[in-house]
Design a protein around this ligand. Structure first.
Ligand code: GDP
Length: 454
């Protein structure tokens, strides 16, 4: 078809897809879903808290639980079994489907969740970025124990770095679990002190607009999925939501955003002598089932989903294998490859030069116009050239009114810049698709910053 025809068709399909989607969600009785990335300092209790969430929401079978209790007791680390349980589910999920970050799933009566795991160790910052770039919200776990809290909160601490990174990639909603409250005898003052210190920092310095605090004890399961028992008299002062309720409340606001089906391909396999192509990957948004059609850049016609392997449908946050009906031409062109996006609407632009807001971290030498950086986004690895530095940004990613003509960007700088990719890529502003708006910058093999398309 001519370009104009294609555009008209895509507009039409957009409306059809969206109204169809609502009906489909209802008929399939799909709960709203939300993905969150767990960030924070190593040893803050992230794995234990997530193990507890899985356990109390019924995502771990009693058999699995007793197996891990036995094994961790044998290994002399009886408190570790919850963390092990999380790792076990992760492995389970990873078998068969390729993933680039660890994840687990759980459901409550109201919503379904994907937990994206980001190791807290310094060496794992790139994994953390990968997790952040795919998540709707960030769950920051901090250890309420005085020394531990402060060490995660010093200038070069992981807590700060993770929070700034999450914000730089366009995330504006953060939930803070003030964890290990049992070590503080559920001291209200300690909780309020952390809430005030960290709240100030996250709001004023980092620029999060939505920040919620929840006191928890992952190891004892207090205020995780169930309200605090009246027996814990020292915690009587708290009457707010549990961690699960806080997560559920945030799903409502997050799931209203983008409902168009989008799927990021991690692998594509040609089936010899068949008119199908099998792809694995992650559903970024929306929902799809057999019979639905999708667009992919580089292919003019729509492609039909013949089957969603092993399930009835795939929805946002899930890994899946799709079998697509394709013709010989599509197979021969290798148009569908790792990094390709399948989309229910034909509205994704291929972009080479674009504006973005970036924030830089560790840098040995300043970045000047003309500099070439590694550009990493989901499964895409490219080179990007800094064309212009347009303006400096303050900690909240707003234009810094004090800034004058800028010649270079140093450590910690944030700026609106014009960038040029070596080859065009699918990029959108966050309002179209959050996941396709966030990227990471690297130099000499090190992650030096992150950004979001304007
Ligand atoms: P991660 O590195 O953030 O994933 O932390 P882990 O979940 O591995 O926990 C680190 C250590 O803190 C382990 O020894 C846990 O048993 C302990 N821990 C985790 N959560 C709690 C908690 O709520 N209270 C107490 N007292 N200890 C905890």
């Amino acid at each position: 078809p001519k370009k104009t025809d294609q555009f008209n068709e895509s507009k039409e399909s957009l409306t059809v897809d969206k109204s169809g989607l609502l009906q489909k969600l209802q008929s399939l009785q799909i709960k709203p879903s939300c993905s969150f990335v767990v960030i924070g300092h190593v040893d803050a209790g992230k794995s234990t808290l997530m193990g507890r969430l899985l356990l109390e929401t019924g995502s771990l079978s009693p058999k699995t639980v007793s197996k891990f209790e036995r094994e961790s007791a044998k290994a002399g680390k009886s408190s570790f079994w919850l963390a092990w349980a999380l790792d076990a589910t992760k492995e389970e999920r990873e078998r068969g489907v390729t993933v680039d970050i660890s994840e687990a799933h759980f459901e409550t009566d109201l919503a379904s969740f994907t937990v994206l795991d980001a190791p807290g160790h310094k060496d794992y910052v790139p994994n953390m970025i990968s997790g952040v770039s795919q998540a709707d919200i960030a769950l920051l776990v901090v250890d309420s124990d005085i020394n531990a809290f402060e060490s995660g909160f010093t200038l070069d601490g992981q807590t700060k770095e993770h929070a700034i990174l999450a914000r730089s990639l366009g995330m504006d909603h953060i939930i803070v679990a003030v964890n290990k409250m049992d070590t503080q005898g559920w001291n209200e003052e300690r909780y309020l002190e952390i809430k005030s210190l960290l709240g100030d920092f996250l709001r004023k310095k980092v620029g999060f607009s939505k920040i919620e605090f929840v006191p928890t004890s992952g190891i004892q399961g207090t205020n995780v999925a169930h309200p605090i028992s009246p027996d814990i008299t020292e915690a009587n002062w708290y009457s707010g939501p549990t961690l699960v309720e806080t997560l559920e409340n945030s799903v409502k606001s997050e799931s209203e955003t983008d409902n168009t089906f989008r799927f990021m391909v991690s692998n594509a396999y040609v089936e010899p002598f068949q008119s199908t192509l099998t792809v694995t990957g992650r559903c970024i948004s929306g929902v799809a089932e057999a019979g639905d059609s999708v667009y992919c850049i580089g292919i003019t016609q729509r492609l039909e989903i013949k089957q969603v392997a092993n399930k009835e449908f795939v929805c946002a946050g899930e890994q899946a294998e799709l079998i697509l009906i394709v013709d010989e031409q599509v197979k021969n062109d290798n148009a569908i490859k790792p990094g390709s996006i399948l989309s229910a609407a034909n509205d994704l632009p291929l972009v080479k030069t674009f504006e973005a807001k970036i924030r830089l971290f560790d840098l040995n030498r300043p970045i000047i116009p003309g500099a070439k950086l590694g550009f990493h986004m989901g499964r895409v690895d490219k080179t990007v050239k800094v064309l212009k530095i347009l303006e400096l940004l303050d900690a909240k990613n707003a234009a810094d009114s004090k800034s004058r003509k800028i010649r270079h960007l140093g450590r910690g700088a944030a700026a609106r810049v014009e960038l040029e990719l070596d080859t065009a890529e699918i990029l959108t502003p966050p309002a179209v698709c959050k996941v396709l708006s966030r990227f990471v910058l690297r130099l000499d093999g090190e992650t030096i910053g992150g950004g979001v398309v304007c």
